[in-house]
Design a protein around this ligand. Structure first.
Ligand code: HEM
Ligand SMILES: *[C@@H]1O[C@H](CO)[C@@H](O)[C@H](O)[C@H]1NC(C)=O
Ligand SMILES: *[C@@H]1O[C@H](CO)[C@@H](O)[C@H](O)[C@H]1NC(C)=O
Ligand SMILES: *[C@@H]1O[C@H](CO)[C@@H](O)[C@H](O)[C@H]1NC(C)=O
Ligand SMILES: *[C@@H]1O[C@H](CO)[C@@H](O)[C@H](O)[C@H]1NC(C)=O
Ligand SMILES: *[C@@H]1O[C@H](CO)[C@@H](O)[C@H](O)[C@H]1NC(C)=O
Length: 599
């Protein structure tokens, strides 16, 4: 008896002790549902089943204990008191320009950047955990990289409703959701001033790691690099890479049109691209990513990176006259990856975040913290990144309007206008606001339907469970969530319960932050995936991040000074207006002067 009470006392103190867990095993009434369908474990506790109706929450290292990991330990209590609200942090980071003008030039910039990187990355489980087949940790799930990983395990198959226990027995028709809430009525430009140059960059950049392998079924990827591997430039496998390479001076194959360098044709390589059969192989450009013939914006970026790769090869060759093709190619690839990461952090994420803190791509900031240099792309990240509302109703190039049917797969636009004029055109045309609902152009509405269908087949957990996973308070009502009475009422009617709202529609329908491109959840969930993927790259590790990796100081400096503007202007005849943001009102595009302008 005495021993037992000592044991109990121990158990209240040592919540990690395995023996104690069995003391807390919970029995529910017979014939009840799978208890994990209630998502009972709070604060990142893990639900584990024993009998039909018996579960336990593993609260190890959550900072909480109790049956459902709801009782905070002392330090969690303290932390909760001082924990800043994400909206307050966001407000501070996007206001008080004069304060930031000072901080930008002090050590505080590095200090805050380091905080941003660690706080965000720590939300991503690393090494990766679940996938769409396995809702528990195991070796297959860890090691089979043809799967996308998952942040939360799938909704158990035997739950009473599709989303667990809440909501209706049947989810609303995806087509209905898209038509009612997501389809564009009238083009709504992004209030942050995002342009198409950003939109195509987003699509081009992300399609190196979002490559759903449809032949394998949902939940599988062809992007086995699981991050920034530049597979969209070099191909996602060795055979394709070898076909795309010139095997001379480290360079990629190319063709010259109007005196300018472009990707080679499919006819000239063994590389297959996804084009409609009406486009002959001599017209198809051979690019690392097989779908980049889809849009002139994508083949434009492919052309820029091809020229950049070959330009870097020339520089490396000059520095290392004795290097052979292979070493020139491999080193140039690492430089291209480094340039990409720098542009993404210092310009792309900078723009998207709206932060006044000047972001800094400096891998050494993480050298003193524990950080895993690995990354696995998650299904949730893929779902979240379907930013089709960015796309306009039609595309304007030098006063000519192109409809979607004239623009998609049109192989002549890029070579007819040339890179400079397209950069200029895409930099001045506004992109759509991603959040706030009703802004997906009708041409791609079907894609959104596909996202919702996919999330159901993969049994993604409810939006509110993801809110909790990313340290956000679950919404308690549809009105709190959208801020729009009419939409809240309609959503309530369709879903029945805010805890049954689905992940992707929620990200697009959440009320946006004032003057922002999307709402809180897209930022708070997207940023961790993004920063973990960027800094988790091997080139950012202490082993790689040094001049010799990039062929010496010259190559290292190319990485450290890369920008969207240098990418364009070091690889074009003249320097157009180039930015991720539309120009300030009143801006007059310069006449194409024909000379190579100053950078
Ligand atoms: C006019 C422009 C665009 C068109 C016509 C288009 C079309 C498509 C199509 C047909 C799919 C495949 C859907 C499926 O397999 O079910 C797709 C996937 C996708 N799109 Fe777009 N899209 C466009 C622009 C964008 C933009 C600007 C982004 C921004 C990042 C984007 C992000 C994605 C993502 C993340 C996927 C999933 C890719 C994968 O998992 O393989 N798209 N899009
Ligand atoms: C734990 O969660 C279950 C399921 O949600 C609930 O029935 C039970 O009352 C909770 N226990 C405590 C102590 O809150
Ligand atoms: C600080 O950075 C922000 C964001 O890039 C910028 O708006 C601001 O002008 C910068 N201030 C200085 C002094 O660099
Ligand atoms: C990964 O899993 C899939 C599905 O089970 C299987 O078809 C494939 O062969 C596995 N790949 C590897 C490399 O084991
Ligand atoms: C390209 O497509 C053709 C026709 O579908 C096929 O025969 C060939 O094997 C493919 N080549 C590669 C490298 O996949
Ligand atoms: C493709 O673009 C060219 C301009 O480069 C245009 O003249 C042509 O009509 C477009 N093709 C189609 C099928 O719309």
């Amino acid at each position: 008896m005495k021993v037992y009470s000592v044991l109990l006392l121990w158990c209240t103190l040592m919540h990690e002790w395995p023996l104690c867990m069995s003391e807390e095993k919970k029995s529910l009434p017979a014939n009840s549902v799978n208890p994990c369908c209630y998502y009972p474990c709070q604060n990142l506790g893990i639900c584990i089943r024993y009998g039909l109706d018996r579960y336990e929450c593993d609260c190890t290292r959550t900072g909480y204990y109790g049956e459902n990991c709801t009782i905070p330990e002392f330090w969690s209590r303290v932390y909760n008191l001082v924990r800043p609200n994400p909206n307050v942090v966001h407000y501070i980071l996007t206001h008080f320009q004069w304060v930031w003008n000072i901080i930008n030039n002090t050590f505080l910039r590095d200090f805050l950047m380091q905080k941003v990187l660690t706080v965000r990355s720590n939300l991503i489980p690393s090494p990766p955990t679940y996938n769409s087949k396995y809702d528990y940790l195991n070796w297959e799930s860890y090691s089979n990289i043809t799967y996308y990983t998952r942040i939360l395990p799938p909704v158990p198959l035997d739950c009473p409703t599709p989303m667990g226990t809440k909501g209706k027995l049947e989810l609303p028709d995806p087509k209905l959701i898209v038509e009612k809430f997501l389809l564009r009525r009238k083009f709504r430009p992004d209030p942050q001033g995002t342009n198409l140059m950003f939109g195509f960059f987003a699509q081009h950049f992300t399609h190196q790691f979002f490559k759903t392998h449809n032949r394998m079924g949902l939940g599988f990827t062809k992007g086995l690099g699981h991050g920034v591997d530049a597979g969209h430039i070099y191909g996602d496998n060795l055979a394709r890479q070898l076909d795309l390479r010139l095997h001379e001076g480290g360079k990629l194959k190319y063709q010259i049109i109007n005196g300018e360098m472009y990707p080679p044709t499919v006819a000239d390589t063994n590389v297959n691209m996804s084009y409609p059969p009406s486009v002959p192989p001599e017209k198809q450009m051979a690019i690392g990513q097989e779908v980049f013939g889809l849009l002139p914006g994508l083949s434009m970026y492919a052309t820029l990176w091809l020229r950049e790769h070959n330009r870097v090869c020339d520089i490396l060759k000059k520095e290392h006259p004795i290097w052979e093709d292979e070493q020139l190619f491999q080193t140039a690839r690492l430089i291209i990856i480094g340039e990409t990461i720098r542009i993404v952090i210092e310009e792309y994420v900078q723009h998207l975040s709206g932060y006044l803190l000047k972001l800094n791509f400096d891998p050494t900031l993480l050298f003193s913290s524990q950080f895993q240099y690995q990354n696995r792309i998650a299904v949730e990240f893929n779902q979240l990144y379907h930013w089709h509302p960015l796309m306009p109703d039609s595309f304007m190039i030098e006063g000519t309007e192109f409809t979607y049917s004239q623009f998609l797969f049109n192989t002549s636009i890029l070579t007819h206008y040339g890179v400079e004029k397209l950069v200029q055109a895409f930099s001045v045309q506004p992109a759509g606001q991603i959040g706030g609902g009703r802004n997906i152009p009708s041409t791609v509405a079907r894609v959104a339907e596909g996202v919702i269908k996919e999330s159901r087949e993969l049994r993604l957990q409810p939006f509110n469970e993801y809110r909790k996973k990313f340290n956000l308070k679950p919404y308690t009502s549809f009105l709190e969530f959208t801020g729009d009475k009419e939409i809240a009422r309609e959503l309530e009617e369709l879903y029945g319960d805010i805890d049954a709202l689905e992940f992707y529609p929620a990200l697009l329908l959440e009320k946006t932050r004032p003057g922002a491109i999307f709402g809180q959840s897209m930022v708070e969930m997207g940023a961790p995936f993004s920063l973990k993927g960027l800094l988790g790259n091997p080139i950012c590790s202490p082993v790689y991040w040094k001049p010799s990796t990039f062929g010496g100081q010259t190559g290292f400096n190319i990485v450290k000074s890369a920008s969207l503007k240098t990418l364009v202007c070091l690889n074009s005849k003249w320097c157009p207006y180039v930015s991720f943001r539309v120009p300030p009102s009143g801006y007059q595009p310069e006449k194409s002067s024909g000379s190579h302008s100053e950078l």
